[in-house]
Design a protein. Sequence first.
Length: 370
Amino acid sequence: MMQGKKGYGAGYLTLADGRVFAGTLYGAPLDAYGEVVFHTGMTGYQEVMTDPSFAGQIVTFTYPLIGNYGINESDDEASAPALSGMIVSELCEAPSHFRSKRTLAQAAEHFGFPILAGVDTRDITKLVRTQGTVYGVIADRPLTAEEVAVHEAGHAKVRKSLVARVSTPKPIHYAGRNEHVVLVDLGMKRSILESLLAVGCRVTVVPFDTTFAQIQALKPDGLVFSNGPGDPADLLPYCAEWRKAVEAYPTLGICLGHQVLALMFKAQTEKLFYGHRGSNHPVKELTTGSVYMTSQNHGYVVKEDTLDKRQLVVTYRNVNDGTVEGLRHQYLPVMSVQFHPEAHPGPDDTSHIFNQFIQSMRIVGAKHYA
């Protein structure tokens, strides 16, 4: 069993409003600025750590003990984390699991982000739930309001280009025996790719700014728009080009992909007060009345009153707050979900959505070759 490296000493989270939370600093001892969010899952910290959707965010874990099964070589959602930092109540430094290769603290040091441990994460979670959007800095000292403002100014432009930071720089091809899917990488979790490969699809992962002509040249049977970080409205300049592709091929949008698909058809998005991040969010399928437990990670939602009902209809709804969780086009083979059907972390109750997407490609293909 590997022993984690002890903390560097005192660490602090200084919020933009001047409040300070003290703890012990682990991982990389550097100043880390970001939006402070909370994740309610009891497990899955490795997937959260490597999920590109958390780019630019400081993730507070509500579960009190984090790191107890270590870090393995199979559950990463990307090659490197994009998050700014982590906040935990108790950080396990002696994990116990047969697949564990390093501690969470060692992983944070390796990848270069800080973990602040020994903090009352309940207080931070309550603060985010009552105040909404909260920004702060993890550092080895409390910061002044002026120092926090300097960090904010330096990261203002970065927030506009989060997708560009985490998207693949060039197309990547994966072999398969069945339909060819072009996966538009907005900050893709690896488990989305693996879910498509598991059902036999050939997959080409492409950069977020790939043009319609470039997609056409790949001769896909269908498209998937992935999850990703940031404000979906920042991607409006690409929506007209994406819509050409969506109108030409069966399409599935997941998380950020769901939001930008709505934007393509002239709907609007808005920021949630504190977001949905966890692996136990109940979602109702409106056609059947079935309720599924889902994995979610998003801070924005589609505004239902801006939907053109002649084109898009709501298919899933969040049980807790009634927000839009899924869309279907009225006459195109296009659908989207706000939650993660591939889970990781979380339940796989909604993995059938991939099968529905595969079926839509086969129906369109059969008509084409009839």
